[in-house]
Design a protein around this ligand. Structure first.
Ligand code: SF4
Ligand code: FES
Length: 243
């Protein structure tokens, strides 16, 4: 008996998928990188950064929230889609205060690495310079909302992995912001610990562990050695090896 495997086609490559798998998960498992910031292997998708937009025929859809279906003809690595992704990256930069040279996360920051990935040489749009609350109340963890890109990763990590439900997002558009679920709204009154996934998953420098600053010198940081494409594929392999 011949076993048949359902496949989808991404940029002229046929790749298998398992029922229920998203296009993003199937692509990463097959070694195809689709740019992403709010997707993290093992966490439920939220579909909010829109960097993973792909085309199925004439329809645009977010690969991280779209279930793979046999026969889908998907385009991802095209000049048009990459130009849109670069614009989204530029918008994320101007919506927050991403002053890379003075940020502890420089070299380990996925937003910065994404900018390199798309050859972003300037912000293009005027800076918003938002004033958002900084929370330094916790002895071990700093929350600087002005760098938050509202990717929702800390929300999902805290809710689904740490089982503490410490963060949530509120508001829309320019009023959107991250909330700490305590009566005071301060991290110090929450049960967050520096070993929590939520404290370590932030792709930018919005959640930082205190007293670790510059432990790894600039020049020896993740994206000094690797591209975001390489780390994106590697994270998927690491999850598979854990299973
Ligand atoms: Fe994402 Fe970090 Fe903002 Fe949490 S604090 S929503 S992980 S950018
Ligand atoms: Fe799909 Fe962010 S990775 S919307």
């Amino acid at each position: 008996m011949t076993m048949t495997t359902d496949t989808i086609r991404i940029d002229d490559r046929d790749i298998p998928f398992t029922p229920g798998q998203t296009i993003m998960d199937a692509a990463l498992a097959a070694g195809i990188y689709i740019p992403h910031l709010c997707h993290h292997p093992g966490l439920p998708p939220s579909g909010n950064c829109r960097l993973c937009m792909v085309k199925i025929g004439n329809r645009s859809t977010a690969a991280c929230i779209t279930t793979a279906t046999a026969g889908q003809q998907i385009r991802s690595d095209t000049p048009e889609l990459n130009a849109t992704r670069k614009t989204i990256t530029q918008m994320l930069f101007v919506e927050g205060n991403h002053i890379c040279p003075s940020c502890e996360k420089t070299g380990n920051c996925k937003l910065q690495a994404m900018a390199y990935h798309f050859g972003m040489l300037d912000d293009h749009f005027p800076q918003f310079y938002p004033r958002r609350e900084l929370d330094a109340s916790h002895p071990d963890i700093l929350l600087d909302r002005s760098r938050c890109i509202l990717c929702d990763l800390c929300v999902r990590a805290s809710r689904d992995v740490d089982k503490k439900n410490i963060f949530t997002t509120a508001g829309r558009g320019t009023q959107a912001h991250l909330i700490v679920n305590t009566p005071s709204g301060k991290l110090v009154d929450s049960p967050i610990a520096k070993t929590d996934l939520a404290a370590n998953i932030c792709p930018v420098g919005a959640i930082l562990i205190k007293e670790k600053g510059y432990e790894v010198p600039i020049g020896r940081r993740i994206y000094d050695w690797q591209t975001i494409r390489e780390t994106g594929l590697q994270e998927q392999v690491e999850l598979k090896n854990k299973d």
